[in-house]
Design a protein around this ligand. Structure first.
Ligand SMILES: [Cu+2]
Length: 360
């Protein structure tokens, strides 16, 4: 286990018994703020016999490159050594990346203490890159690589933790135990413009363009939800992603830990507004895929992982009567406020998340 895995497991084991199981009171289903902002996963549980379906769409944009926390231009990227040896220096520089994820989820609670969840996703990713010549700094041209298809699938359960109060913060805890199953392809290929000024097709695309992790991933969460206090509500979550072994191509993406908190305010019976802050840390990728050899930062195994912090604002809507009763719509806009990349990586910009949920 890496130190990150040990810390995560330790925190989970230590915090768990501190809050004895009790029948948690699931908040009223018709309050818009009884669900966290739409970007939070596994934030709420359901009552005995309840089902829920959800559909989320995320559109994430990245633009430009960072070395550590500093923006760098193409000319600076071209001076960096290429891990794959030939050519000696990086020759292809990502410009923009657009990741669209559509997530279909279901929840079911056989009793008040456990809610099962399942989620699968579809990815549509495109990246525009510039290719420079081997002998000079001359720009040969731009190309766009794309990948699309089924992503990974998550199965898990949310378990009642109990009631807890920290001063004025009275609410309930629950734990999440989930397993991500590698249903997403990690062998996506595309056409690239090489530094020899040749269009080559069938080339294995760099790590961020692949559709899944390729590994079974353990995803524990610990979530605190503040009981409704007038029109205000707070919540927080600690989450981890632990890769269980290496994938079929000989690598595993870095383990990840994140912490986030949100506050929401009900503006009317059917709508609440929220603000959310999230900070995460991800380890470097371990191992490597021998078929991913392009002289581009996204194909360098050391140029993975780092720190990321986001600030989000959002709205939750829930229909109160008639045909709209119980139908939820939500949107959230997320902006990167801090990023510290290992090596050179694309710079996170904004993400828009839209969601629909219905329980019965
Ligand atoms: Cu639900």
């Amino acid at each position: 286990m890496t130190y990150l895995q040990k810390i995560g497991l330790g925190a989970w084991l230590l915090l768990g018994p501190a809050f004895p199981p009790a029948l948690a009171d699931a908040a009223s289903a018709t309050r818009p703020d009884s669900h966290a902002p739409i970007g939070v996963m596994g934030d709420h549980r359901h009552k005995t016999g309840e089902w829920m379906i959800s559909l989320r769409h995320m559109d994430m944009l990245m633009e430009g490159n960072l070395k550590g926390t500093r923006s760098i231009d193409d000319a600076q990227v071209l001076q960096l050594p290429n891990q794959h040896g030939s050519p000696a220096q990086l020759r292809v520089v990502p410009q923009t990346m657009d990741m669209k994820m559509t997530m279909l989820g279901a929840m079911y609670a056989p009793n008040d203490d456990i809610t099962f969840l399942a989620m699968t996703m579809h990815h549509e990713t495109s990246m525009r890159l510039n290719t420079y010549g081997t002998m000079s700094q001359a720009l040969l041209g731009s190309f766009t690589s794309q990948s699309e298809g089924l992503g990974d699938t998550t199965l898990g359960a949310l378990l009642a933790g109990g009631e807890a109060s920290l001063g004025a913060f009275t609410g309930t805890w629950h734990y999440g135990l989930a397993l991500s199953i590698p249903t997403g392809s990690i062998q996506q290929t595309g056409r690239v413009l090489t530094p020899m000024n040749m269009q080559v097709s069938g080339k294995r695309l760099p790590y961020p363009m692949q559709l899944g992790s390729g590994t079974y991933d353990f995803k524990p969460t610990l979530t605190f939800t503040h009981g409704a206090h007038g029109d205000w509500r707070y919540g927080g979550q600690i989450a981890g992603v632990v890769r269980l072994g290496d994938n079929s191509q000989g690598y595993s993406l870095g383990d990840k830990a994140s912490v986030q908190g949100w506050v929401s305010r009900r503006l009317a019976a059917f709508v609440s507004a929220s603000a959310r802050v999230e900070a995460s840390y991800q380890d470097r990728l371990r191992g490597g895929d021998r078929a991913i050899t392009l002289p581009v930062p996204t194909a360098q195994t050391d140029f993975t992982g780092g720190e990321l912090a986001n600030l989000s604002v959002g709205f939750n809507f829930v229909g109160q009567r008639g045909i709209w009763a119980g139908h939820r719509l939500a949107l959230e806009w997320t902006s990167a406020i801090h990023q510290k990349a290992n090596g050179v990586q694309m710079q996170h910009q904004d993400t828009l998340t839209l969601g629909y949920q219905k329980a019965w």
